[in-house]
Write a protein that binds this ligand. Structure first.
Ligand code: ATP
Ligand code: MG
Length: 279
């Protein structure tokens, strides 16, 4: 559904994205994970035709983002990182406007608006100006808006940033439900938990480069499935092990506060880069 070959974006001296190669199949939930400035938004902007690549190519459902941006736009829905709703309009009016832009006929438009307001649980607030909404409600409305024209592929750039845990889970449920209905999903996140809980496959971006790719399970296996954490003298040391027995044996020889736990994607990132995803 998404094919990316050698995609590169430079802003003057900054290489925001370097030679990305990636294929994402129909029906996948794919997560691009990486710290601030890794190139996540750049990737989304290139794939959604909002920015032009410096070099390389990408296509969505067979349509080139460079040569056929209009066709690409019909295939995709986009939930950008920053809220870009019209705050003076109501929820319904925001959807109405988007439906018109996409030339959805009036009858279908009103059916679709009703369905989507129910889907994101905003029926009761449909006729209030969006300016009064909470961050979670705005995010849900942006998801509804992106789905108006029934896209094959949905891009969500940091869909749950700044939201409280309950709202995040609600958004995850919405994403899973859209996916069950056949939508291919590419999301970006710097939340390790989000990538682990939600994504079939994850690509880890660091400073514009894809440094790892696979299912969360595969990535954890690659670096070792067990971590021994040792807090001694105010400093935490980590060591990764393939086998549990091995980890236990190592831990037995340590003094200080020792914990053995399963590896997570944060550990994968630290192992590959020597840094953490989140500060
Ligand atoms: N329009 C632009 N002009 C100049 N530099 C840019 C522009 N957009 C992005 N960059 C640079 O490209 C790099 C990647 O930025 P990008 O926004 O893609 O990162 P990100 O992974 O989305 O980060 P965040 O988690 O903060 O959203 C950064 O160094 C950024 O400063
Ligand atoms: Mg970003």
């Amino acid at each position: 559904m998404i094919r990316i070959a050698g995609l590169t974006k430079k802003y003057h001296e900054t290489v925001a994205l370097h030679d990305l190669h990636l294929e994402i199949g129909a029906g996948e939930i794919f997560g691009l994970l990486g710290p601030n400035g890794a190139g996540k938004t750049t990737t989304v902007r290139l794939l959604t035709t909002l920015a032009r690549p410096t070099s390389g190519e990408a296509s969505i459902n067979g349509y080139s983002v460079v040569r056929h941006p209009e066709a690409v736009k019909r295939q995709i829905g986009v939930v950008p990182q920053h809220i870009n709703l019209d705050q003076d309009l109501t929820a319904r009016e925001n959807l109405e406007l988007h439906g018109r832009l996409h030339r959805i006929p009036r009858g279908e438009r009103s059916v679709r608006i009703r369905e989507l307001l129910a889907f994101v649980d905003l029926e009761d607030r449909a006729d209030e100006p969006v300016g009064r909404f909470s961050a979670g409600m705005k995010r849900r409305l942006m998801i509804a808006r992106a789905l108006m024209h029934r896209p094959r592929v949905l891009f969500l750039d940091e869909p749950t940033v700044g939201l409280d845990p309950q709202v995040r889970r609600r958004i995850w449920d919405l994403i899973r439900e859209m996916n069950r209905n056949g939508t291919t999903i590419l999301l970006t996140t710097h939340y390790i938990e989000e990538a682990e809980m939600l994504c079939h496959r994850v690509g880890i971006l660091d400073r514009g480069r894809l440094i790892a790719l696979g299912t969360p399970r595969e990535l954890k296996r690659r670096v070792g499935e067990y971590v021994v954490e040792n807090i001694a003298g105010g400093e935490t040391q980590y060591r990764l092990f393939t086998g549990r027995e091995e980890a236990i044996r190592y831990a037995a020889g340590l003094s200080g506060t020792v914990t053995i736990r399963e590896t997570n994607l944060e550990d994968v990132f630290v192992e590959l880069t020597g840094r953490r995803v989140t500060e």
